[in-house]
Structure formats: C-alpha cells, structure tokens
Design a protein around this ligand. Structure first.
Ligand code: NAD
Ligand code: DAU
Length: 377
C-alpha cells in the first residue's frame, strides 16, 4: 500500500498519525483530507508540511464526488478515517452537524472507496479502509466491586497486568453498543455502516475504539488542554457535577502507534479496543494538572486549588469509561509506551511552552487566516 488518505489529519489525533506516517514511511504518499473546521489547524503539521511524501487537500468528507475523484486521481489504496465532529458538549447543542459529518461523511467515504476499488482489475486486493472510533459507543460502566470494596482497587487484566480500576466491568470488543450522547450515537452509527460495508460488499475494513486521548495539539475545549490554559491564566476550572466521573487516558502518540500497527497488521473485519488501563476520576486529574502547572511555573504548591468551580453537570454524562485492550496486546503485541505521570508532565510542558499555538487557537485567528487564504484562490 502506498497511497493513503488520512481524513481529519489537521485535527488532534489525526495530526499525530499524519506525522508518524510521513516520517516513518517516506515511500508512501500521505494525503491529508480535512475540511478545516474550527478543530482543524494546519499549524499542527508545520514540521512536515514540506515533505515530498505529504499532500494536504481541503475537502469535506461529505463531498462524495470530490472524494471519489481524489481516490481515482491519487490511486488511493488505503484510508485511515479520523475526520469527525468530536466534542460531546457541542453534540448536545448541535446534533445535526454530528449526524452529517460522522454518519453521512463516513458513508460517503465508504461508498467512494467501494466504487473506486471495485473498478480496479485487482478489486479489493491490497486495499484497506480503517475507521477510527471511540469507546463512548459502549455507553457507561458502573463503579462497583463484587465484594463491595470501595474503588479504586487493584485488578488484573486478562493480559495478566495489574492496574487500578473503578469497577469490575470493562469495555470489551463483544459488548453491545449503548451510546448516550448525540456524538457517541453518531459514531456508533458510523461504526455500523463500516461493518455493513464489509458484510454486504466485502469492503476490507477494520474498526478500532479508543479511550480518551491527551497530549499536544488538542483543541482547548477538551478537559486537559482547557484546564492547563485556565490554570496558567488563573481562570475558573468548570468541573461538571462532582468531578466523580472516570475516564481512561491514553497518550496520543501511543494511539498513533496502535493505528500504524493495526493499519498494517490488523485482521480484516476485526474490531480492536485501544486503551492503557489508566482510569482516573476527573477531580483527581484536575489536582494533578494544578500541581504540575504550579510546580513548573514556580507557584506555591496548591496555589490554584481555589480555581476549581463545580458547575451544572453535562446532560447524560457517562459515569465511567474503561477499555480492556487485552485483545490488541495479545494478538498484535501493542502496549502503551508512556506511564501517565510521564505523559502528563510532557503534555503540560508542551502547552506551557507553546502559548502562541494556544493563543492562536483560542483567538480564532488561524481560522480567519485559512478562510482568507482559500478565499483568494
Ligand atoms: P478533532 O476534533 O481534534 O479533529 C477532527 C478533524 O476532523 C479536524 O481536523 C476537522 O477539521 C476534521 N473534520 C471535521 N469535519 C470534517 C468533514 N466534514 N470533512 C473533513 N474533515 C472534517 O478530533 P480528534 O480528537 O483528533 O478525534 C479524531 C477521531 O478520533 C474522531 O473520529 C474521534 O471520534 C476519534 N476519537 C477521539 C478520541 C479523543 O480522545 N480525542 C478518542 C477516541 C476516538
Ligand atoms: O472516550 C473517548 C472520547 O473522549 C472521544 O471519543 C471524544 O472525542 C473526546 O472528546 C473525549 O470525550 P469526553 O467527553 O470524555 O472528553 P472531555 O475532554 O470533553 O471531558 C472529559 C471529562 O471531563 C468528562 O467527564 C467531562 C469532564 N469535563 C469536561 C470539560 C470540557 C469537565 O468536568 N469540565 C469541562 O469543562
């Protein structure tokens, strides 16, 4: 495979995937197909934008004709699909955009891939459609222990590793889908379409469902970058509900490494869960963020604890996510490379060192810049 479209490559996770592929596979042609919504930012890819094996195409994945033509022109044999509307709070306010991009956009890519690949003499041979999805499709887990022990407690994954957990159940690949937010409902629907295209037409698909990512270049509407920036500027930290919800955090480069591995070695028609057995209550993460920012900026310990502000809970707020990634570890040998302490230190330092990136994104300057740039063509 050497001509690959990565959709959503100007976003948070997509930019890490594009960077990894462009650096690691000089023999491939990497085409970053992105609409550049508020979440897409070409500054995320400044370091690789001039590479000969990289090309950016501004396009909406819902533009079926455009996508089909691009696939034909570029002789595309692989698609890694990340483009999506990704923020739960936005989906509560504007569910239509989420259905449009996440469902109809995915369908448009699937149909274009099917038509183009079926038109080739070799058909689906050597082709792959890789759909990136989320653990949120599985719904929410309870925080219970069979013997009534207060969480968190130490437990053993089926891989044999010990880790802390807030409940005895985990998201495994065979679980039934129970999405709660318009975002996760739209992602669930897109996952179903991908599997339907395999089962009905034989399209060579693979799906992965990953837990919460963190790291550089994440849009500061998401918990970790938003709170790092607010702590830095001593702005209130809006904690939803009691801050008791649990999320399972993975460093974004570890997700990108998993995507590389699964794209090349994952089995067609399979689903793999991706996660690092790293559950945290929101309020505990927030304490880690405050302590880390304050230490790095030389502020007295705990100086910014009073920024914590409890606000109205998110509607339909899922209580706990926890991924069981044993299948991926067992079958393809993937493991996260970073401990959380290391990952969060790197992440906080990156946002503090890249205030210009943050200012640009929060001011909306970069969006106006790209609107102007494309308007002139
Ligand atoms: P993001 O919001 O940072 O980036 C999304 C990208 O998609 C942006 O560059 C945006 O411009 C582009 N895009 C949006 N609509 C488009 C359209 N109609 N056509 C073309 N491009 C469009 O998202 P992210 O956090 O990097 O997530 C990427 C993918 O990974 C999503 O599919 C998401 O569901 C999934 N995912 C995210 C996480 C996470 O923690 N962030 C975890 C698991 C799975
Ligand atoms: O689990 C994977 C998902 O993780 C991805 O599919 C989504 O694209 C991604 O946005 C993320 O969803 P969450 O809703 O878990 O992420 P978010 O950063 O929005 O919130 C993390 C937790 O923090 C969640 O319990 C809500 C809470 N929160 C969030 C914000 C933005 C707050 O308490 N206050 C806030 O201001």
């Amino acid at each position: 495979m050497n001509s690959i479209i990565i959709t959503g490559g100007a976003g948070f996770i997509g930019s890490h995937v594009v960077r990894l592929f462009v650096n690691k596979y000089p023999e491939y042609k990497i085409i970053n197909l992105d609409k550049l919504t508020y979440a897409g930012n070409l500054a995320n890819l400044k370091d690789i934008e001039d590479r000969p094996n990289y090309k950016f195409v501004r396009m909406d994945i819902c533009d079926f004709e455009g996508v089909l033509k691009l696939m034909q022109d570029e002789h595309v044999d692989g698609i890694i699909h990340l483009a999506a509307e990704s923020h739960v709070d936005r989906s509560i306010k504007d569910p239509f955009t989420f259905a449009q991009t996440n469902v109809m956009g995915t369908l448009s890519l699937l149909q274009a891939a099917k038509l183009y690949w079926e038109s080739l003499p070799e058909g689906y041979e050597g082709k792959r459609f890789y759909h990136i999805s989320t653990d949120e499709v599985y719904g929410a887990l309870a925080m219970t222990h069979p013997e009534g022990i207060e969480p968190p407690f130490t437990t053993k994954a089926s891989s044999g590793k010990h880790h802390l957990a807030y409940g005895e159940k985990f998201f495994t690949e065979d679980l039934k889908y129970q999405p709660h937010s318009p975002y996760s409902a739209a992602k669930a629907s897109s996952d179903h379409f991908v599997r339907a295209f395999h089962d009905t037409y034989g399209l060579p698909t693979v799906v992965t469902n990953c837990s919460n990512n963190y790291g550089p270049y994440q849009f500061p509407e998401k918990l970790i970058p938003l709170f790092i920036n607010n702590i830095r500027h001593r702005k209130p930290l809006p904690v939803y509900g009691k801050g008791e919800n649990v999320r399972d955090w993975l460093y974004v480069e570890d997700h990108a490494r998993a995507i590389d591995l699964i794209f090349h070695e994952g089995k067609i028609a399979e689903t793999y869960n991706i996660g690092g057995f790293n559950e945290w209550k929101n309020i505990d993460i927030i304490h880690v963020l405050i302590n880390t920012v304050d230490r790095i900026l030389g502020r007295p310990e705990g100086a910014d604890l009073d920024l914590i502000t409890y606000v109205t809970d998110r509607a339909g707020h899922d209580l706990r996510y926890a991924i069981d990634s044993s299948k991926l570890q067992r079958e393809l040998g993937w493991e996260p490379s970073l401990q959380f302490e290391e990952g969060i230190e790197k992440t906080v330092r990156w946002y503090l060192d890249n205030q210009a990136w943050m200012d640009n994104v929060t001011s909306g300057d970069y969006q106006r810049y790209y609107e102007d740039m494309y308007a002139k063509r």
